[in-house]
Ligand binder design. Structure first.
Ligand code: GUE
Length: 314
């Protein structure tokens, strides 16, 4: 499928370009914007009808720059759609008990419908103790073991689906990617992305394989997939040769790589080598501008869903 444009691009490169089929870009930034607009309308309706404003509490422990940025972005996104945000910033050396006290307060506060404890937590804290303490009815991250367990069971719906995998599914749905009966491969098996993404794909009737660090032939298995969700945190791991022609690729990775020419000194790349994969795939998410913005949109969606459920507003 060599074409004029590929040949014209550069005569030096043309020998290495075997195909220039160009995947459709799955624009997460655009979809996230649409979803935020939909959410803002629903929130205004609920406020009019029953006088309730959804509330999201965010607990940040320590002073990691990236976490501070995420929390600031979440707060801005809340304000823009009409969600009231409550923020608690605690120093790095805060005790686990102190964090648990804040969680208990928010659990009992009727103006708070969602509680998020920003991860990663400092090393002296036990994540499980903290995540266990969040009321499952306010667990908008979907990280409580009971919510994860329910996701894994048939006929036992969780209160909340974790935001990043939910965002991946939403992108597939909104771009009309058929899931039922298709082969899907999830690369990575983390509690917060890989595992729940695999469960959601399975719930949507895909046949799912999980590829991980001990998988013998990841390339061969991935090449069988009509749908790939990559969530390992290794820059450019998935090469063009791993991709089945026409497959839909959702790239969850957000990896900084040194780039002296970029203003920040680094740029962000996914787990998928975009340049190669976009020549083979049928559709692909970019990084940035793919799954990242969807994660925040789904957090807002979960917070609205929680307020509606708690106040029995349809
Ligand atoms: N309790 C908890 N819940 C989380 O949901 C959670 C967390 N902890 N800890 C950290 C990760 C990471 N995360 C992201 C959210 C948005 C973007 C995002 O919007 N990224 C943009 C911009 C990236 C940039 O330019 O810096 C993009 O990909 O286009 C990325 C990453 C949520 N996380």
């Amino acid at each position: 499928m060599a074409s004029l444009s590929a040949a014209a691009a550069s005569s030096a490169d043309s020998a290495t370009i075997s195909a220039d089929a160009c995947a459709k870009v799955i624009d997460g930034k655009l979809v996230a914007k649409q979803i935020r607009e939909e959410i803002a309308i629903e929130i205004a309706k609920m406020k009019d009808a029953i006088g309730v404003v959804p509330g999201l509490a965010v607990i940040l422990v320590g002073s990691r720059k990236d976490s501070q940025t995420y929390v600031r972005n979440k707060k801005k996104a809340c304000e823009a759609v009409g969600i009231k945000s409550y923020e608690v910033n605690l120093p790095e050396d805060t005790s686990e008990d102190e964090v648990l006290k804040h969680i208990a307060t928010f659990n009992g506060d009727p103006s708070v419908h969602g509680i998020l404890v920003q991860l990663p937590l400092p090393h002296h804290m036990n994540d499980e103790n903290i995540l266990n303490a969040v009321s499952i009815e306010k667990d908008v991250d979907g990280f409580h073991p009971l919510n994860i367990g329910r996701l894994a069971m048939q006929g036992r719906d969780p209160f909340f689906v974790p935001c990043t995998p939910k965002g991946c599914m939403e992108l597939l749905h909104r771009y009309g990617v058929e899931i039922k009966g298709k082969r899907a491969v999830v690369i990575g098996r983390s509690n917060i992305v890989g595992m729940p993404a695999a469960l959601l794909l399975q719930k949507a009737n895909a046949t799912v394989s999980i590829v991980h660090s001990k998988t013998k032939n990841p390339e061969e298995i991935t090449r069988q997939a009509d749908i790939v969700i990559a969530a390992v945190g290794v820059a450019n791991l998935v090469r063009g040769s791993w991709i089945k022609p026409g497959a839909s690729i959702i790239d969850v990775g957000i990896n900084p790589v040194d780039d002296p020419e970029s203003p920040r000194g680094y740029r962000l790349v996914g787990d998928v080598c975009y340049e190669e994969a976009s020549k083979v795939a049928g559709a692909i998410t970019p990084v940035p501008g793919g799954v990242g913005p969807m994660t925040i949109a789904m957090l807002l969606s979960n917070t609205l869903e929680s307020a509606k459920r708690i106040h029995n507003f349809k």
